[in-house]
Ligand binder design. Structure first.
Ligand code: BG6
Length: 470
């Protein structure tokens, strides 16, 4: 791999703590960071290089549901040798002068783990100091969701970005695209021809997408209260899950072809403003940095359709939220009951892409209960990931995406058109948000969400923990 400098604006951010630094540790452990590669961390906090090392050490040892393995001192020490720290304000020229001195590679990645309202200062100053110029090397920009807070602001940001970088330098990151369990949906569907003929309106009754968490917003009130569940995970992660599960086969496995198919789905989604329910968990308004009169959604449930021939009339129900009964993310493709009524039953077959936990792909089928009677029982045919928390078998999404950025593969990143297509679907829904329904922590959300699906004679599926147990 080419040697390069990785500059992280916002090294003390929640994002850097929870994801980026963990991924860099894993990359170090796996030998994925080239000799001489350096990491420059930037934040306003006054710290020495040594303080930064202590900070990283501390962060790597924090309780982290995605990163539970042992931290080896030897690996940590190797990582430390790459670390440099610059303290300063991103609006201040001096910061960029210091940065220029630290940058010892022509290949550079700038990672924005800072507040969106600071982006333009960073771009402007990188340009002023010619740090974004590709001069005998490459320069790439990694930028996270939220890309804007609605369609207009996303467009503005996309325009702004093009003043300083070309589209092939911009890596818009949605970490769900880096998840193995999401990428494997494409392999499952397009490497095994046997399932694909079933993925359409003739066989599918409906689709459910669930992303629930049993924890609240933690210390992120300042961010979350401005955003809410629909924009935090609905606009991005969940729409991407839907796109992966329903897109047509790309002509080939390339960035252009895969992105094109995802966009086709995103552009054909039908917003139904009367079919969305917003919820807020009891006690949310008392969380730190949350307004005492906040109407922000910590839960939402919606219904939509894909306006194409393949999925015509197939309802799609999506829900997500915090402080709910279980932490689980999955896509369920619920098939129609068979026309053959040899056995009278009304349990549909369900194809489940379990993103987390108990990661796997399972098919719920009916089998004969052993015995003298012709009794049926539901069972799971399952493919499970082999996960050993100590060897972290599944690479972290941030590791996958950092590696892709280094090697210049944008297949699992969003381009401007894609992000805008997501907002075009979300905007009319977000604008209907009034007073949310209050729900009890530990429940499955407000009753109104049940009513949304029950009005169609269907029910939310209770996610099973019976398969792919670790
Ligand atoms: C982030 C959201 O993008 O995704 C968080 O901001 C959410 O609110 C998280 O908890 C979920 O990601 P994961 O990988 O834990 O499922």
């Amino acid at each position: 791999m080419n040697s390069f400098s990785l500059v992280i604006f916002g090294i003390t951010s929640n994002l850097a703590q929870k994801y980026i630094l963990q991924a860099l540790y894993d990359m170090e452990e796996k030998g994925l960071l080239s000799a001489g590669m350096s990491i420059v961390g930037i934040s306003r906090r006054e710290m020495s290089d040594r303080d930064l090392q202590d900070y990283v050490h501390q962060v790597l040892h924090l309780e982290n549901i995605h990163h539970r393995h042992e931290i080896k001192e030897k690996v940590f020490q190797k990582l430390c040798q790459r670390l440099k720290y610059i303290s300063g304000d991103v609006t201040d020229q001096k910061l960029y002068e210091k940065l220029k001195e630290q940058l010892n590679h022509k290949n550079r990645i700038f990672y924005l783990a800072t507040y969106p309202d600071l982006y333009h200062y960073v771009f402007e100053n990188l340009q002023r100091h010619k740090l974004n110029v590709q001069n005998g090397g490459w320069v790439k920009l990694m930028i996270e969701k939220p890309i804007g807070f609605d369609l207009k602001s996303a467009r503005d940001l996309n325009h702004l970005l093009l003043n300083y970088f070309t589209e092939d330098q911009i890596y818009r990151l949605d970490h769900y695209l880096g998840k193995e369990t999401i990428q494997n949906i494409l392999t499952f569907r397009f490497a095994n021809d046997i399932f694909e003929p079933l993925i359409n309106k003739d066989f599918i009754d409906h689709i459910q997408i669930t992303a629930t968490e049993d924890f609240g917003i933690g210390k992120r009130g300042g961010y979350y209260d401005q955003v809410g569940a629909l924009k935090d995970v609905g606009q991005n992660h969940q729409l991407q899950m839907l796109a992966f599960a329903t897109m047509d086969a790309p002509a080939k496995f390339s960035n252009e072809a895969v992105t094109k198919e995802r966009i086709k789905i995103l552009k054909s989604l039908l917003p139904l403003p009367e079919k969305i329910v917003f919820g807020q968990y009891e006690g949310y308004r008392k969380e730190a940095n949350v307004s005492a009169t906040s109407t922000t959604d910590t839960f939402y449930a919606l219904k939509t359709f894909i306006k194409n021939d393949r999925f015509q009339g197939v309802p799609i129900y999506i829900r997500a939220g915090k402080k709910l009964k279980q932490t689980v993310t999955e896509i369920s493709i619920v098939f129609k009951n068979p026309v053959n009524r040899l056995f009278s039953h009304d349990e549909p077959n369900i194809l489940i892409y379990r993103i987390q936990p108990n990661e796997g792909i399972v098919l719920k089928i009916l089998t004969k209960l052993p015995g003298h009677e012709a009794k049926l029982q539901p069972e799971y045919m399952q493919y499970c990931y082999r996960i050993d928390p100590h060897t972290h078998y599944i690479p972290d999404p941030y590791e996958r995406l950092l590696v892709d950025t280094i090697r210049g593969d944008q297949t699992f990143f969003n381009d401007a058109e894609e992000v805008e297509a997501q907002w075009a679907f979300i905007d009319p829904l977000a604008s209907t948000r009034g007073k949310p329904h209050i729900y009890k922590p530990g429940s499955w959300g407000p009753k109104a969400a049940d009513e949304l699906i029950e009005a169609d004679g269907r029910k939310w599926l209770e996610p099973s923990m019976e398969f792919c147990k670790v």
